[in-house]
Design a protein around this ligand. Structure first.
Ligand code: SF4
Ligand code: SF4
Length: 447
C-alpha cells in the first residue's frame, strides 16, 4: 500500500516500522474472514484491512477522531489476521504503534481514563489484586450484569486443586528452568505453576523463580502506557539476567544456571518472546532483552521436547489404568499461543499422547473475548465472543475444557458449568492418578 508519512512521525523508528508494515499490505482482504470483530459487526472499519487504512490515514497526517480510536479499541489484538495474511503483515505491531499515537492525539475522558489507570495499577500488583478481588467478590451479587462478568466468582468447589494446590516440589535436579509467576495467576490459579513444577520435576527438571520478576508488561503496554510497560520488561530482564550472565572468562554462570525461562500463561509468553524487539532501541537493555527472549519458551514447547520421557512415565504409572476409555476434553488454544507465538497443535499432541480424546472445536481460530482487559473495556463484544466460543467448545460434548492462558481460563469459566483448567493441570493430574477418578466424577455429575 503506497504511503507518505507526515512530518510528525516519518523520521522516528516507530514511523519507519509502521510504514514498512503498511506497505506490505496488498489489500487482498483474506484477513477479513478471520477477524472476530468483522464477523460480529460487519463493518470494514472493524476489520484488519479497515484498521490498517485508518492507521495509514492517521500516519499521513489526516485528522484523528474518537471514531478512529473506537475502531482501534474494538480490535482484540488476537492476531488471527496475521495467521490468515498471505503477505506476512505484522498487524499486531502496527496496532500497538497506531494506538499509542491515537492516545496522544485524542486522549481519554475522565471516567474511561480512570478505569484504565485503575487496571494498570491493580492487575500487575499481586498483593493489591488479591485484596481488590476479594472485595469485588464480596459485592459481586449486587453489581450490574455487565460489571459482574468482569469479576471471577468464588469457586463453588472449595476442593478445587487450583485454589489449594499441593506444595511445589523442592528444587533437586541439576537441570533447572526459571518460571514467571506473573501478576493475576498466583491469586486466581496458584495450582498452574505448581502443576508445571510437579510435571517438570517428574521429567527431571526443577523450576526456580527470580525474586524480583513480576508482571510481563503486556497489560500496561497494550493499554497504551507503553513506557510503563517497557519498565516492567526492564525490571524482569534485570531479575533474570544473573541466571544467564557469564561471570568469568571460562563462561561459567553465577547463581542457578538455567536452561530456559518457562511461561505457563501464553499471554505473558508472547510478550516476553518480544522483549528483544520491544527494547531494541534501548542501548542498555537491547542485547540482554534479545538474549532473554531467545531463552523464553511456552511450557508446551518444554514438554514437547520431553515427550519420550513423558511417554515412559505415562506408560508405567497409574495413568495407564483407563480401561481403554478415553476422557473427552475440548482444548481452547489462546490467540497468544496459536497466532502470537504460532504454536499450533503442540498442546493437542501432548494431550492425545496422554490418553485424552480431543473433541472437534469449530472456528478454533477465533478469540474467546478475554484478550487481556478487553472483557472489561468492551463487555458487549466480549460476551458475544464468549457465548460463541463456549457453544463451539461444548459442541463435541466434552466433560472438561482446557486452555493455556489464565485470562482465557477465567473468562471461559464464567460462561460454562464444565470444569476449565490449564492443560498442564490436566497432565499433572493424569500423571498423578490417571485422570480417571475426576473424569468419572464429572461424567456422573453431567449424566
Ligand atoms: S490479508 Fe494481509 S495483505 Fe491482505 S488485506 Fe489483510 S493484512 Fe492486507
Ligand atoms: S487482531 Fe484480531 S480483532 Fe484485531 S483486526 Fe486482527 S483479527 Fe481483527
Amino acid at each position: 500500500m503506497q504511503t507518505n508519512l507526515a512530518d510528525f512521525i516519518k523520521n522516528f523508528p516507530e514511523g519507519k516500522e509502521a510504514e514498512a508494515i503498511i506497505r506490505s499490505c496488498v489489500h487482498c482482504g483474506f484477513c477479513l474472514a478471520a477477524c472476530p470483530t468483522y464477523q460480529l459487526l460487519g463493518d470494514e472499519l472493524d476489520s484488519p484491512r479497515g484498521r490498517i487504512y485508518l492507521m495509514k490515514q492517521m500516519l499521513e497526517g489526516e485528522p484523528v477522531t474518537q471514531k478512529t480510536q473506537l475502531h482501534l479499541d474494538r480490535c482484540l489484538t488476537c492476531r488471527a489476521c496475521e495467521s490468515a495474511c498471505p503477505s506476512g503483515v505484522q498487524y499486531g505491531r502496527l496496532v500497538d504503534i497506531g494506538r499509542g499515537i491515537v492516545e496522544k492525539k485524542v486522549g481519554r475522558g475522565a471516567v474511561e481514563g480512570s478505569v484504565r489507570y485503575a487496571l494498570r495499577r491493580t492487575l500487575p500488583n499481586p498483593g493489591l489484586f488479591a485484596t481488590m478481588l476479594k472485595l469485588g467478590q464480596s459485592v459481586r451479587p449486587l453489581l450490574p450484569e455487565g460489571l459482574k462478568h468482569s469479576i471471577p466468582s468464588v469457586q463453588k468447589d472449595k476442593k478445587s486443586p487450583r485454589l489449594s494446590p499441593p506444595p511445589s516440589p523442592a528444587v533437586r535436579h541439576p537441570r533447572k528452568m526459571l518460571v514467571l509467576e506473573g501478576c493475576v495467576q498466583p491469586t486466581l490459579a496458584p495450582n498452574i505453576n505448581a502443576a508445571a513444577a510437579r510435571v517438570l520435576d517428574r521429567l527431571g527438571i526443577s523450576l526456580v523463580t527470580a525474586k524480583n520478576a513480576g508482571c510481563c508488561g503486556a497489560l500496561s503496554y497494550h493499554l497504551n502506557a507503553q513506557e510503563e510497560g517497557l519498565n516492567y520488561m526492564r525490571r524482569n530482564v534485570d531479575a533474570w539476567w544473573p541466571y544467564f550472565e557469564p561471570t568469568s572468562r571460562d563462561g561459567r554462570t553465577q547463581g542457578d544456571h538455567v536452561e530456559a525461562i518457562v511461561m505457563t500463561a501464553s499471554g505473558c509468553g508472547v510478550t516476553v518472546k518480544e522483549y528483544g524487539h520491544l527494547l531494541r532501541h534501548d542501548p542498555i537493555y537491547a542485547q540482554k532483552a534479545a538474549y532473554i527472549s531467545g531463552f523464553t519458551k511456552d511450557i508446551s514447547e518444554i514438554i514437547e521436547a520431553e515427550i519420550p520421557t513423558l511417554m515412559l512415565l505415562l506408560n508405567s504409572g497409574p495413568s495407564n489404568t483407563n480401561n481403554g476409555k478415553k476422557p473427552k476434553l475440548a482444548f481452547h488454544s489462546p490467540c497468544t499461543l496459536q497466532h502470537g507465538m504460532r504454536i499450533q497443535g503442540v498442546v493437542e499432541k501432548i494431550l492425545v499422547a496422554a490418553g485424552f480424546e480431543l473433541t472437534y472445536v469449530p472456528d478454533a481460530h477465533l478469540c474467546c473475548g478475554s484478550a487481556g482487559t478487553y472483557s472489561i473495556l468492551q463487555p458487549e463484544l466480549s460476551q458475544q465472543l464468549l457465548k460463541n466460543k463456549i457453544s463451539a467448545l461444548e459442541s463435541g460434548h466434552p466433560v472438561r475444557l482446557a486452555t493455556a492462558n489464565i485470562g482465557c481460563l477465567t473468562h471461559l469459566s464464567s460462561g460454562t458449568s464444565l470444569p476449565v483448567e490449564h492443560w498442564i493441570e490436566v497432565l499433572d493430574e493424569k500423571l498423578a492418578c490417571g485422570g480417571e477418578q475426576r473424569h468419572q466424577t464429572t461424567e456422573q455429575a453431567t449424566a
